[in-house]
Design a protein around this ligand. Structure first.
Ligand SMILES: Cc1cc2nc3c(=O)[nH]c(=O)nc-3n(C[C@H](O)[C@H](O)[C@H](O)COP(=O)(O)OP(=O)(O)OC[C@H]3O[C@@H](n4cnc5c(N)ncnc54)[C@H](O)[C@@H]3O)c2cc1C
Length: 443
């Protein structure tokens, strides 16, 4: 039986909040529907869009807030994906809220859209602030669209994203002063509590928790070791680690406190199960940061934000496993393979690379294979001298190497195009989607 996930609490809380917001809106705005005044229903609908917009932004904060209980249910990668999708949907509410209100009041006052807009923004401080928040949010949504996002370095994109907190602060007074909230004690109490809870969690899990873990465990680099021409392993130790838990397949967000590194934090999976003393990550140089990481010196302090992730062997109790890795995607798979071998669970590993020089952990995998119920097949796509499997990891090859593939649970990690193609192939081969577990190296 596969690991059960508990969706009731997060969805229950969301439904609860939507019900409360709905009643706040209806009790505050239903008079507009009874009114004969021109534009009144538009104003009521604009207010509803405003409440939904504020709620959606709070949900966005929760989704990226590293809330532990939520992460254990969905995994950080899925939360990040929902965050991206919801980000785009918010644009409709962002336009609808001011658009409907200005249209509505314009009709009520018998003036045009532009004149109404200028009179609203010009006559009230909180509405001017709201307009600035609108511009910031609109800018961020534009920056997040794939054509723009692709052209921006990750760090620039990340730091501009922090402006969202400025927008939230700007819009907060507007929310309290206007529409359905102003002057209603219990409604204001609910709204304040909501913000305290959401931002309290954000500060607790994103800031306080990593700092607390650092002071408790004093993580530091023990060793930096070259694995292949473009990958290094970094071994990190700490103190008081007896009760520190890190499951195979999980990752953490690492901040190395060294010149040139301290201001960035990047996610990496453990490439070996945590043994109670050492954490090992293995990093492929793909960009400025990861290419410089081999220069980190032993003794460097490290702040860990994690462990995170649900790409863990306990996701399934299936007796037979298929592990598929491409390139550096081997890191969580390597940890999981050792865990499966330790538990005596039968596994086949298909590991795709271009050439034999790209294979990470060749000896370690051979050693694991010699000890446990694990069979390793290396599949190389650009190495004519390779005596083993040559070519792409396609359906025909998977079926030939693993004839009982439909009976297995699959763990998959590799470059995104490979993962997409292999997931489709596996489903064509009869593996149910719910039995394919995968980790995307993108948040
Ligand atoms: C859950 C997870 C586990 C990972 N495990 C490993 C691993 O074990 N070994 C390994 O080599 N790589 C791993 N990665 C990928 C690794 O985090 C990126 O390759 C690295 O952050 C790239 O940084 P860069 O500045 O060198 O490259 P860039 O060229 O700046 O970035 C390449 C891409 O990496 C992503 N990225 C960059 N910076 C960050 C960041 N701070 N946070 C999140 N994503 C970022 C972006 O999608 C970006 O487009 C993992 C990623 C995730 C999400």
């Amino acid at each position: 039986m596969d690991r059960k996930t508990n969706y009731a609490l997060p969805f229950g809380l969301l439904v609860f909040h939507l019900a409360i917001s709905g009643s706040i809106w209806w009790t505050g705005s239903n008079a507009f529907f009874a009114s004969d005044a021109p534009g009144a229903p538009l104003i009521a609908l604009g207010r509803l869009a405003g409440l939904l917009l504020a709620s959606a932004i709070l949900v966005q904060v929760v989704l990226i807030g590293r809330t532990v209980w939520l992460e254990r249910t969905f995994g950080l990668d899925k939360l990040a994906r929902v965050h991206h999708i919801l980000g785009y949907s918010i644009s409709a509410l962002l336009v609808a809220h001011p658009g409907l209100i200005i249209l509505g009041y314009g009709r009520l006052n018998g003036i045009g859209f532009a004149e109404q807009f200028l009179s609203i923004v010009g006559n009230s401080g909180h509405l001017l602030q709201a307009f600035l928040a609108f511009l910031v949010l609109l800018g961020l949504i534009l920056i997040a669209t794939p054509p723009v996002r692709r052209r921006l370095p990750y760090e620039l994109w990340y730091f501009t994203h922090l402006l969202v907190y400025v927008a939230i602060a700007l819009a907060f007074t507007h929310q309290l002063a206007g529409g359905d909230l102003a002057g209603r004690t219990w409604v204001l109490a609910y709204w304040y509590s909501l913000y305290v809870l959401v931002f309290g969690e954000l500060v607790l899990f994103r800031l306080i928790r990593p700092v607390f873990l650092f002071y408790r465990h004093r993580f530091r680099v023990e060793e930096v070791r070259r694995e292949t021409h473009d990958t290094v392993s970094i071994r990190i130790s700490g103190r008081n680690l007896e009760n520190f838990r890190f499951k195979p397949g999980q990752f953490s967000i690492f901040r190395f406190l060294a010149p040139g590194f301290w201001w960035q934090a990047h996610p990496f999976s453990l490439s070996r199960p945590f043994d109670g003393k050492n954490l090992r990550i293995t990093v492929k140089g793909v960009g400025d940061y990861t290419r410089a990481l081999p220069n980190v010196r032993p003794g460097t302090s490290v702040i860990l934000d994690g462990p995170w992730g649900i790409f863990t062997p306990n996701r399934t109790e299936a007796p037979k496993l298929l592990l598929i890795a491409g390139g550096v995607g081997i890191t969580p798979i390597r940890s999981a393979a050792e865990e499966f071998a330790r538990a005596g669970r039968e596994a086949v590993l298909l590991y795709a690379n271009k050439t034999k020089e790209d294979i990470i952990f060749r000896e370690e995998l051979a050693e694991l294979e010699s000890k446990g119920p694990l069979k390793v097949h290396h599949v190389l796509s650009a190495d004519d001298s390779w005596p083993g499997e040559k070519g792409r990891l396609d359906g025909e090859r998977i079926k030939r190497l693993v004839p009982d593939v439909p009976d297995r649970a699959v763990f998959l990690c590799g470059p995104p195009p490979m993962m997409k193609a292999i997931r489709r192939t596996l489903m064509d081969l009869g593996v149910p989607a719910g039995r394919i577990f995968y980790e995307k190296f993108a948040l």
